[in-house]
Design a protein around this ligand. Structure first.
Ligand code: ACO
Length: 334
């Protein structure tokens, strides 16, 4: 049946949205490759050559996913200039909530004293932050929220299988957050996102009940070379599509912040994108490891803090990982 009229009012929001502020928080423990090689049979040279990682950051005894997320979010809100009572939605992406519920979003809102915002968690592993950015963009433009706090946070050191030397050295702990609000000009380009079904086992964690029954906590398992092949073929093409979707040429891009999974994946993306030499490329993995949903916003904060990237720069961001899933967009840096 065709409906010709409806009594329901639809919401309408801002013409565009943009990122207004970014903040990050890193695990306090610095674990260099020498220390890592006391845990697994490997070498500093192998790890650096294969991934670009020199050291990674792990939480100390005082830090948790909640403390990291709260620290990053507090910085992002302060830098955005938005009052806490104006934040009307919170999206936290994580695979590191210690409890199935309450959500990290509600807990972060509570820690920050926000004014009862809409709050929900997302789960798209390493792509989760970029999923959150596009969802927040849609929320602001449809008027379902005005200012959205988007956080990516992970504590992967507690989910690492240290008996598997092919993954144990990869992971780091941290959080990154942004506030997204209305804009008079486009500040967030179209999402290029999707999933590849029937690939769930390539990166997966142990089932909760199985782990509990076995007396251990769920650990991450990954067939690294399958993910590597997928990232350096399929995802490389998605970076090109993301740039095209935003209507930008490689010459118009200022900054490239891919998920910090492996410098060799970043190199493959750069070869295909043919970016000019003056485009700033994040290599945050060197000091951080792979912090999954936190990796892109933490890297964004680092480039802005070091002055390598400037507010107003166009940045291509893309995340990819367990699912398998991916999401990318071009954003204007705050
Ligand atoms: N030290 C020394 N040698 C090692 C180590 C180690 N830590 N780990 C593996 N090797 C050896 C292997 O035994 C193997 O030796 P062999 O050839 O004699 O059998 C050789 O190195 C190659 O092993 P691969 O596993 O094929 O190593 P690869 O070059 O693929 O590197 C890595 C592994 C770094 C994990 C890579 O596959 C990778 O980065 N994959 C992508 C990961 C990724 O992008 N993940 C994204 C999402 S993560 C998430 O969602 C949580």
């Amino acid at each position: 049946m065709r409906i010709m009229s409806s009594p329901i009012k639809a919401s309408h929001g801002a013409a565009y949205s943009r990122i207004l502020g970014v903040g990050g928080a890193r695990g306090n423990r610095v674990v260099d490759n020498a220390e890592m090689c006391t845990i697994i049979d490997s070498s500093d040279e192998w790890i650096q050559q294969r991934t670009g990682i020199s050291e990674r950051r792990w939480v100390d005894d005082e830090q948790t996913a909640l403390t990291l997320a709260t620290e990053a979010a507090r910085k992002a809100i302060e830098r955005s200039g938005v009052a806490t009572d104006q934040i009307d939605a919170v999206l936290v992406s994580s695979v590191s909530n210690e409890r199935r519920f309450p959500s990290l979003s509600v807990q972060v809102a509570s820690e920050l004293g926000l004014d009862n915002p809409a709050a929900t968690d997302l789960q798209a592993a390493c792509a989760g932050f970029c999923y959150g950015v596009s969802l927040a963009d849609s929320m602001v433009r449809t008027g379902s929220a005005h200012y959205v706090l988007v956080v990516g946070v992970e504590v992967l050191s507690k989910q690492t299988d240290f008996s598997d030397r092919s993954t144990a050295f990869l992971f780091g702990d941290g959080a990154g957050a942004v506030v997204i609000g209305p804009s008079e000009v486009p500040g967030i380009g179209p999402a290029v996102w999707g999933s590849e079904i029937n690939t769930g086992e390539i990166i997966h964690s142990d089932e909760f009940e199985v782990a509990v029954a076995g007396g251990f906590s769920p650990k991450i398992h990954m067939e690294g070379n399958k993910v590597f092949r997928w990232a350096t073929t399929y995802i490389v093409e998605k970076t090109v599509e993301t740039l095209e979707a935003a209507g930008l040429t490689p010459e118009e891009l200022d900054v490239f912040i891919p998920h910090q999974a492996n410098n060799r994946i970043t190199d493959a993306m750069l070869r295909r994108l043919k970016l000019p030499d003056d485009v700033v490329v994040s290599r945050d993995i060197k000091m951080m490891g792979n912090a999954s949903a936190a990796s892109v916003p933490i890297a964004m904060e680092a480039l802005l803090e070091s002055g390598e990237a400037k507010p107003g720069d166009n940045a291509l961001i893309i995340g990819f990982g367990a699912g398998l899933v991916y999401a990318g967009q071009v954003v204007v840096l705050p």
